[in-house]
Design a protein around this ligand. Structure first.
Ligand SMILES: Nc1ncnc2c1ncn2[C@@H]1O[C@H](COP(=O)(O)OP(=O)(O)OP(=O)(O)O)[C@@H](O)[C@H]1O
Ligand SMILES: [Mg+2]
Length: 251
């Protein structure tokens, strides 16, 4: 059981019109692993995550969750098993933090209101927001909103959480609080696939970095190897650009 990957992506392809966005992407994420995807803008990173949890239908290829092929499963059902944290939080603005976290538990997982509240409060506590449970998104900072979104994902007890640039919409001074929560999560054994340009985060917790360009994986390897001794010229060039743009934030 333990060698069955939590996530296996096999030869995933996606085209929009005549434009190939994903051109045969394959990789695995083992239980408890954190994998980080980096790559230039427009390269298909978001499309890849969206194909995994079927916000987008892939044209070809297969996705397996704990060994079971889920490519054609009911998308809504499958999304209960795979959490998704978006760049722009995707919270319901008319609901409080608590209601955002417990709505899926009540409506989808059919927990009683009391049970859902207990689970939701526990997750809000985990991300340091128990005292903000009754505030609406408009009353929260960007970092707090993203932590609510993480609590919401966690509340569903997912097998895996996908993160799509979770800190790139945040003011610099708010990035650290979200990364701290994500680092704790990774260390607690959550299985995570994270698109991010936060190299400090990647260095701290990633088991492996995947470098994608133009719809294919150019290179993958542990952060030590990929950052200090990349095999491919493309990877070197991209890492140099990234460091120029963001610096080497070693958090
Ligand atoms: N619904 C769509 N219809 C047509 N083209 C699309 C659609 N969604 C994405 N694309 C195109 O697919 C390509 C890959 O987009 P994607 O958002 O996956 O890139 P990305 O690597 O996440 O980029 P970024 O780093 O800027 O977030 C882009 O050229 C984009 O314009
Ligand atoms: Mg993207």
């Amino acid at each position: 059981m333990s060698d069955i990957p939590v996530l296996k992506v096999e030869n995933l392809k996606k085209r929009y019109g005549n434009t190939v966005i994903l051109n045969g992407v394959s990789f695995e994420v083992q239980k408890g692993e954190t994998k980080v995807i980096i790559g230039p803008s427009g390269t298909g990173k978001s499309t890849l995550l969206a194909c995994i949890n079927r916000l987008v239908e892939p044209d070809e290829g297969k996705v397996y969750l704990e060994g079971e092929e889920i490519t054609h499963h009911n998308a809504a059902k499958m999304r209960q098993k795979i959490g998704f944290v978006f760049q722009d939080f995707n919270l319901f603005n008319h609901l409080t933090a608590l209601d955002n976290v417990r709505i899926g538990l009540i409506k989808v997982q059919k927990f009683s209101k009391q049970e859902a509240t207990e689970i939701a409060m526990e997750q809000l506590r985990k991300v340091g927001l128990a005292d903000k449970a009754h505030l609406y998104p408009s009353q929260l900072s960007g970092g707090q909103k993203q932590r609510v979104a993480i609590a919401r994902a966690l509340a569903m007890r997912p097998k895996l959480i996908l993160f799509d640039e979770p800190t790139s919409a945040l003011d610099p001074e708010l990035i650290g609080e979200v990364l701290t929560v994500m680092i704790d999560l990774a260390k607690s054994g959550m299985t995570m696939l994270v698109v991010t340009h936060e190299l400090g985060f990647a260095r701290t917790v990633a088991n492996e970095i995947i470098f994608m360009e133009n719809g294919v994986i150019i290179e993958q390897g542990p952060p030590d190897q990929l950052f200090t001794n990349p095999k491919m010229e493309r990877t070197k060039i991209f890492l140099r650009k990234l460091t120029e743009l963001y610096g080497e934030k070693a958090r």
